[in-house]
Design a protein around this ligand. Structure first.
Ligand code: ADP
Length: 235
């Protein structure tokens, strides 16, 4: 479970999060929607200690993130907006193995994790492929596999559909849906929910650093949110 308890945060003098409280339950699929600049990335980066609140608390699986950043990083896998920024190796297998290697696991456990993670995103057998020769959708899936190889309880994806064409988006949707069914909590942020909203158990909407809506997809559309939902259909 990820719990945000009255979290406020500013970059210097610029306030970005204003007393945000929200909970992501185990196994839930949550879509975090809001216009660009509303604070989605900032909120997500608090979930594994990349940023720390000025006031309030973030807990992962019951423990305050600032008390045990390593536990939070292990529990919460992060996939950033531009997968290219996240790759550390030239080939699929080496990249996905990087996290488990840093955990100091033995080789057979690393190889098992890489295989399972690649299977989960339907890229099994592709370990020797060069990442820079893959399509955008395949790169997004390699980035997800890299996070999964850490065996997180939660997978957080920040605008994962940016720049993907429709077939790639649908493929990533399918992988996320399958992971969610297998019990991994998923949080996807997007400024243009489109069809990803259909996958959600819950939709949380941010506006200007505050939560302006938190409910099931059936409770939408709320007329006050029509701007957000008319903004595009990228997801
Ligand atoms: P979103 O993900 O919804 O687009 P962000 O969390 O990226 O929103 O940004 C929220 C606000 O914080 C924006 O006004 C943005 O300009 C500002 N911001 C983001 N990152 C930084 C940073 N490193 N330093 C200063 N301001 C930042």
């Amino acid at each position: 479970m990820i719990e945000y308890d009255t979290v406020s945060f500013a970059y210097g003098d610029t306030p970005v999060l204003d007393s945000v409280s929200a909970t992501i339950d185990d196994g839930e699929f949550v879509v975090l929607v809001g216009p660009n600049g509303s604070g989605k990335t900032t909120l997500l980066r608090h979930a594994n200690g990349l940023l720390a609140p000025d006031s309030g608390t973030v807990r992962v699986n019951g423990r305050a993130v600032d008390e045990d950043v390593v536990a939070a990083r292990t529990a919460v896998g992060m996939v950033f907006q531009h997968p290219r920024d996240q790759f550390v190796a030239a080939t699929v297998g080496s990249d996905v193995a990087f996290g488990p290697e840093n955990l100091g696991l033995d080789r057979s456990e690393i190889d098992d994790r890489v295989e399972r993670a690649l299977e989960a995103v339907n890229l099994q057998g592709r370990t020797t492929d060069r990442i820079d020769e893959l399509s955008g959708g395949e790169q997004a899936r390699v980035a997800i596999a890299g996070a999964l190889a850490m065996e997180p309880t939660h997978l957080v994806l920040d605008e994962p559909f940016t720049g993907l064409d429709r077939p790639s988006r649908q493929s990533v949707h399918a992988q996320l849906r399958a992971l969610s069914r297998d019990g991994t909590s998923i949080v996807v942020s997007t400024h243009a929910p489109g069809s990803v909203a259909d996958l959600a158990d819950r939709i949380v909407v941010m506006g200007d650093g505050r939560l302006v809506h938190d409910g099931t997809p059936d409770e939408l559309p709320d007329p006050s949110l029509s701007d957000v939902f008319d903004a595009g259909s990228v997801g």
